[in-house]
Design a binder for this molecule. Structure first.
Ligand code: DNO
Length: 357
């Protein structure tokens, strides 16, 4: 297991590589080229530049999160072939630079969704939260202003200004796409990139939909054990894996995360491990990583990863905003650093217990 932290790159992140380097047990970052639009090629030069910035700090690029998939690929428009060709070229360039874990998602329009990026908690911190009752009252095409306000000037992945500017057109483009069509387009994409993934041993980890149910009438297809198993079987090749995100799958309390880990064993190159707290149906908020702070059994999650021989990368996920830090919501330094230490501690205990057996 390799513990990492997400880092958004120069100019986008308030957290520095030097700070990340000082979190004990963290050896790498998960990063991206933030300015890239989905469908564009990432050149070798751009990748090398990013790599040299990271490596100069003593860290390594452990994975890319994300090389985003264009809506043309998700919808299957006539631009799809060109975008897939560019995606293959990007993977070839990443693979040639020794980067071979890539996270992506296939969520229409929004990527992850929250209704509050700074909900106050009793401990004085703020966290990201979701309330279905609020979502039910929103006219999605008119969300731009409120989403921009919540971002407080930060460019949030999945909520990029370019995306928010064209919400109406995007909703229109998806009007004939149901979950089966979306699934077929995902399978088409995964087949098309097989060869380049095989060439460089690239593992693609699809990020589950967050929250794990359809919202705004848009289909969502990576939400539970059944549809994950279906996807892994549909393209039964090593490159087709999942990013096991406990917070996203865990947004639905019916999802048994250890059971999902067991079902996807061997096909999990990357894990996002975080806790959340269920308030009432459809309302949850994020929590500190340790089990006692939220509703999830984090020990059981790590135990399932350990026992299924997980040897990929882990990162702590969204943290609380604590100690007066001002950072991108969910992605400050302090609580994620606490999360990394906690996860590493549990992992050490799992390893030592196994040695004793
Ligand atoms: C949110 C993230 C997602 C994730 C993408 C992967 O904080 O977990 O934006 O990076 O869905 O493509």
């Amino acid at each position: 297991m390799n513990m990492t932290l997400r880092w958004y790159g120069p100019g986008y992140d308030t957290v520095t590589l030097e700070q990340i380097r000082q979190i004990p047990g963290v050896t790498g970052v998960v990063t991206t080229l933030m300015g890239k639009q989905p469908g564009e090629v990432w050149t070798k030069e751009e990748i090398r530049e990013l790599k040299s910035v990271v490596e100069a700090s003593g860290l390594e690029i452990a994975a890319i999160e994300s090389v985003n998939i264009s809506d043309d690929i998700k919808i299957g428009t006539e631009k799809r072939e060109e975008h897939i060709k560019n995606y293959i070229e990007t993977l070839d360039n990443l693979g040639s630079e020794g980067i071979n874990i890539v996270c992506y998602n296939f969520m229409p329009v929004f990527d992850w969704t929250r209704t509050d990026l700074a909900r106050p908690r009793k401990d004085g911190s703020t966290v990201l939260a979701y309330d279905q009752a609020i979502v039910d009252q929103i006219v999605p095409t008119r969300m731009r202003e409120s989403m921009e306000k919540m971002c407080k000037g930060f460019v949030m992945p999945g909520w990029e200004p370019e995306r928010l500017a064209k919400l109406e057109a995007l909703f229109d483009a998806y009007k004939d796409i149901d979950s089966e069509k979306l699934f077929d387009n995902l399978v088409y994409f995964l087949e098309a990139i097989s060869e380049v993934c095989e060439k460089h041993n690239i593992k693609m980890g699809i990020h589950p939909d967050d929250p794990a149910w359809p919202i705004f009438g848009l289909p969502r297809i990576v939400t539970n054990k059944e549809n994950i198993e279906r996807l892994l079987k549909a393209v039964d090749k090593p490159h087709n894996g999942i990013t096991l995100c406990t917070g996203s799958l865990g947004s639905n309390p019916k999802n048994d995360i250890p059971a999902i880990i067991k079902a996807a064993a061997g096909r999990i190159p990357f894990a996002h491990v975080r806790n959340l707290k269920y308030n009432h149906e459809g309302d949850f908020e994020e929590a500190a990583h340790l089990s006692s702070d939220g509703s999830m059994d984090m020990y059981a999650v790590l135990e399932a990863l350990y026992e299924t021989g997980f040897n990929g990368i882990i990162r702590p996920d969204h943290g609380r905003m604590i100690w007066g830090e001002e950072a991108m919501p969910g992605y400050g330094l302090y609580d994620r650093a606490l999360g990394a230490c906690y996860l590493n501690g549990v992992w050490e205990a799992l390893e030592k217990n196994a040695e004793k057996r």
